[in-house]
Structure formats: C-alpha cells, structure tokens
Design a protein around this ligand. Structure first.
Ligand code: FNR
Length: 213
C-alpha cells in the first residue's frame, strides 16, 4: 500500500468524547453512529476512558498527570478536531465531562485543547435535546480557546425513540443529518487551517492569541 503524500486529500483525525459513563448511553451510541456515517475523509476515534479520569486536583497535578489524564491529553493532541456528545444533567454539562475538560485545559495557555476546532452535539430523552448543556459547553470553550462550530446545531430529543435495543441509531433522518453535521465539522476544521497532514500542536500558537494570565 502506498504511503499518503501531501497531495492526498486530508484525512482528519477527530477525537470523539461522550459525556456519559453508562453502558447504554445514547450519547456514546451517537458517536458510534457518527463513525458509521462519516465520510472517508474523517477518522473518528472514540475516547472511552472518561471513567478513569480522576477528579481534578491541583495537588495531584503538581505530582504529574495521572495515567488516564495522559491518555486523554494524547488522544486530544493527536486529533485535528474534537467531537463532543454531551448529555444534559440539570441543565448543564455532566460533571465527568467537565472534569475531563478541566484536566485537559492544563497548563493554561499551552493546553492540548487550545485552538482545537470543536463540534458539540447531544442526545437526551427529554424534549430539549441538550440545548442548555451545549450552550454551557460552548461557554467553557471560550476559556479553553476551542473554536466551536456555530452551525448546524445538533440536538437530539427523545433519544430513546431513535435507537434500537442494541444502541444503533435507526432514525434515517437523524443519520442523514449526522452526516451533514460531520461534513460541516470537516469544513470548519479545514477553514481554521488544520489540514490533517501534520501535528496540530504548533498551529494554535500561530493562529490563536494566547490567553493572558
Ligand atoms: C438527566 N436528564 C436530563 N435531561 C434533560 O433534557 N435535561 C436535564 O436537565 C436533565 N437532567 C438530568 C440529570 C441527571 C442527574 C440525569 C441522570 C439525567 C436525562 C438525560 O438527558 C438522559 O438520562 C440521557 O439519556 C443521558 O444521556 P446518556 O447517558 O444516555 O448519554
């Protein structure tokens, strides 16, 4: 097989994180569906170790990142973009997801998050479709310097009606929209100057104004 060259179309790596630990999570199922419907130009890698990330503690951090945090940071560092499927807990982001973002946001100004394009989506069993949690996450992304895709918005309400018992997204309209959403993330990422041909570690510093702290 020939090696990819710089003239090949870019294949973007997407680090996908679901903010739920439960086995039957609709949000994780949504990420699996994203892998199914994504264009070949996207390599969607699900980070599935959220439950191993300890509660954020500056004292622990001072002794060195715990193993699960290193794995999390590596997964984000190696990705060209983020895809976050958030449940909504009490009108906001679940603690486990916010906790992981807090770890990944360190050290401030030089984090693996800084400058990484992101898309937010979510599924809930209620009618709101995680709109409030997504807005809360977008607020977080202001401080972590993640350019979050503006449109389209993806809010999946009444999720229990859209998946089968095995957790497969069966609603055809949602599958079609999910593919459009991923194509929009690809365009958003390329527009921000990430070309999938190399490390993104340098580009945020080039393109983003570092936060002054
Ligand atoms: C919820 N749920 C919920 N749904 C919603 O639309 N708005 C909300 O504020 C809340 N709050 C909330 C708090 C807590 C503690 C739990 C456990 C649940 C319901 C939630 O959207 C539903 O359980 C989803 O299925 C959770 O996502 P996963 O685990 O299926 O990915």
């Amino acid at each position: 097989m020939s090696q990819p060259s710089r003239s090949d179309p870019p294949r973007l790596v997407v680090c996908a994180i679901a903010g739920s630990l439960r086995r039957g999570s609709y949000n994780r199922a949504l990420l699996r569906a994203a892998q199914e419907v994504a264009p070949d130009s996207l390599d969607i890698r699900i980070f599935d170790h959220l439950g191993a990330v300890p509660p954020y503690n500056t004292d622990v951090e001072a002794e060195g990142d715990p193993g699960a945090v290193r794995v999390l940071k590596d997964a984000i560092r190696e990705a060209d973009a983020l895809l976050i499927a958030t449940p909504e807990y009490n009108h906001s982001v679940p603690g486990v997801l916010k906790n992981a973002i807090d770890w990944a946001s360190r050290p401030p100004g030089h984090s693996v998050l800084a400058g990484k394009p992101a898309a937010v989506l979510g599924a809930s069993t209620g009618l709101g479709g995680t709109a409030l949690a997504q807005n809360a996450l977008r607020q977080v992304f202001v401080f972590t310097q993640n350019p979050a895709m503006l449109q389209p918005e993806f809010q999946l309400a009444r999720a229990h009606e859209k998946f089968d018992e095995a957790g497969r997204l069966t609603d055809e309209g949602t599958r079609t929209f999910l593919r459009q959403f991923l194509l929009a993330l690809e365009a958003w990422t390329l527009r921000l100057g990430v070309d999938g041909h190399g490390s993104t570690e340098q580009w945020p510093a080039r393109r983003m104004t570092p936060a002054v702290r």
